[in-house]
Each structure stands twice: as structure tokens, then as C-alpha cells.
Write a protein that binds this ligand. Structure first.
Ligand code: AKG
Ligand code: FE2
Length: 292
């Protein structure tokens, strides 16, 4: 069981016996005990080689197409490019819930194998999709400030989890992810909007200033999973090429409604009362269940 600062270091050793590496694509839903223990302790875990080269090509082509479609529709909701010159629009091109409108992407995102990976790492009985999102950091794009994910969303859980798949190599130069290990265990409701100050989150959590951030550089086709309450960020893109990533945020079946609208359609939002369980099969389908 990895412990303390030793556990926190992410060492992307790509040797054949690396505990982060997928060895056999047909059993990639079974992560190593090391990955499970590391996630429990630190709130994030890496899967090297999640996508095979031909799968990576399919993901790239499908996500690129879905993003172009979304951006080509004037005034389309669930994207952040209405003012492309704003600081926020230059952190990343963010397109949410692409699986709703792009069938090819829906097939990729609704893959029960991915949900099983998320559900087994999170140690829950059932996993529902919260939202997918493409996050393309543009050339010379702004950094992604330190933040937590779950406090943005409409349902609360201490076991929400996100899957972040690198479609390009993500490096310290172009905006790889960074984590503050173990913060999922001390996080509260305090959070920040993604703004121009990288460190605003630490106003809520001054004790976290003592923690050493862990960088997670990874290759295209690798994936990182993180707990909905672990503090994370991404660096600026100092290169002249985009850093593309496709993500899916998952919530445990039965997570509880907290009154925030976030990405919920108006009618469904208005029908909910605080404390209601996440159980809407149409909007947040159950993608994997331990007992299925
Ligand atoms: O890709 C990024 O820059 C940030 C990703 C992130 O915050 C997330 O996936 O929750
Ligand atoms: Fe995030």
C-alpha cells in the first residue's frame, strides 16, 4: 500500500511491468491493486495505454467532429466560446454533453467498460454519467486554475469520479494535469470559478499550501481518473499546438440533489427537490452496475 509522499509521486514508468500500465486490452477494466490503493490514498490514478492506437484514432476523429459541430451552431448552449477572446474561453474550448447530440461520441462515452473502471475505482455499486466534456486547451492557452469538480454539479457525493483521456500527449509544456494528493479527504464545499488567479482555491483551504503538487504528464491514449473532491489544475499551453482531452464525469447512482442547476435542463431542474436521488435514466443513464 503506497503511503505518504512516496505514494503521491506519480512516476510514469512505461516499463512492461509498470503498475500503471494496461497489459491486456481485453481485461483493461481490471485495474491493479496498486492503482486502487493509490486512488484511495491520493484521489487520482493513471492508466497508461487505456486506448489502443486504432481506438485513439477513432476517439480523436469522433471528438473533433463533435466539437466542430457544436462550435458551428451559432449560440449553441453548453460551450464556453460565446466570447472566444475572454480569459475563460482561452483556458480551453469546453463543449459539454456532446454525447447528447453526436451518436458516434455517445457510443464511446456510454461504453460500460469505462464506467466499470470508474465505478470500481470509486468503490460504488452503480455509476451514472453526469456529463461528458471535451477540453481542448488552445495553442498558448491559459492555465486551468486549482479547483474541485463536484461542488459545481447538481448532485452531491463523496464518491464522484472523472475520467480524463489524453487525445494528445499532455506535458508540462502544453498543460498536463496537476493534483494535490489526498485533498479529497479534507475538502469541503469551498470552491472557486475558473478565473485568472491560479491559487484562489487556497483561500478556502490554507492548510493545502503545505502540500506538494503532483504533475501527471501522459501520452495520447493514456487516462487519468480523479475524485470529484480532489484539488486539481492544469498548466498553461506554451506550445503552438492544441492539447486535446476528452473527459467524462460520473456520479454514483443515488447521489443527492443539492439545488444547483449546472447542466440540468430547465424542466427537470424545476421538478427536483433538495435531497432527491440521481436516478434519471434519460438524462443521467446508469452505465454500469455491480449487480447487473
Ligand atoms: O483539462 C483541463 O485543463 C482541466 C481538466 C479538469 O479540470 C477536469 O477534467 O476536471
Ligand atoms: Fe476539473
Amino acid at each position: 500500500m503506497p503511503k505518504g509522499s512516496e505514494a503521491a509521486r506519480f512516476d510514469a514508468s512505461r516499463c512492461h511491468d509498470s503498475p500503471w500500465q494496461v497489459h491486456n486490452p481485453s481485461v483493461r477494466t481490471k485495474l491493479t491493486q496498486f492503482q486502487h490503493d493509490y486512488y484511495e490514498t491520493n484521489g487520482f490514478a493513471v492508466i497508461l495505454g487505456l486506448l489502443e492506437p486504432d481506438e485513439l484514432e477513432e476517439w480523436r476523429a469522433t471528438v473533433d467532429e463533435a466539437v466542430s459541430q457544436r462550435l458551428s451552431k451559432a449560440g449553441a448552449p453548453l460551450q464556453n466560446q460565446s466570447d472566444p477572446d475572454s480569459y475563460y474561453a482561452q483556458i480551453f474550448t469546453q463543449c459539454l454533453r456532446l454525447a447528447d447530440s453526436h451518436e458516434g461520441l455517445r457510443k464511446l462515452i456510454y461504453d460500460p467498460a469505462l464506467a466499470e473502471i470508474a465505478g470500481s475505482l470509486a468503490k460504488v455499486d452503480g455509476i451514472r454519467v453526469w456529463h461528458d466534456q471535451a477540453l481542448y486547451k488552445p495553442p498558448f492557452g491559459n492555465p486551468t486554475a486549482w479547483h474541485l469538480d463536484n461542488p459545481y454539479w447538481s448532485f452531491d457525493s463523496d464518491r464522484a469520479i472523472s475520467l480524463w483521456i489524453a487525445l494528445d500527449d499532455a506535458t508540462r509544456d502544453n498543460g498536463c494535469l496537476y493534483y494535490l494528493p489526498g485533498t479529497h479527504r479534507s475538502a469541503g464545499l469551498g470552491n472557486v470559478a475558473l478565473g485568472t488567479n491560479q491559487g484562489d482555491l487556497f483561500r478556502h483551504y490554507p492548510d493545502w499550501l503545505e502540500l506538494e503538487p503532483v504533475a501527471c504528464p501522459c501520452n495520447a491514449g493514456d487516462a487519468v481518473l480523479h475524485h470529484g473532491l480532489v484539488a486539481h489544475a492544469a498548466g498553461a499551453n506554451m506550445t503552438n499546438k492544441p492539447r486535446r482531452a476528452m473527459t467524462c464525469a460520473y456520479m454514483p447512482d443515488g447521489s443527492t440533489f443539492n439545488g444547483k442547476q449546472n447542466v440540468l435542463p430547465q424542466e427537470y431542474f424545476e421538478s427536483l427537490s433538495i435531497g432527491d436521488p440521481l436516478d434519471n435514466e434519460e438524462i443521467n443513464p446508469l452505465l454500469w452496475s455491480l449487480h447487473a
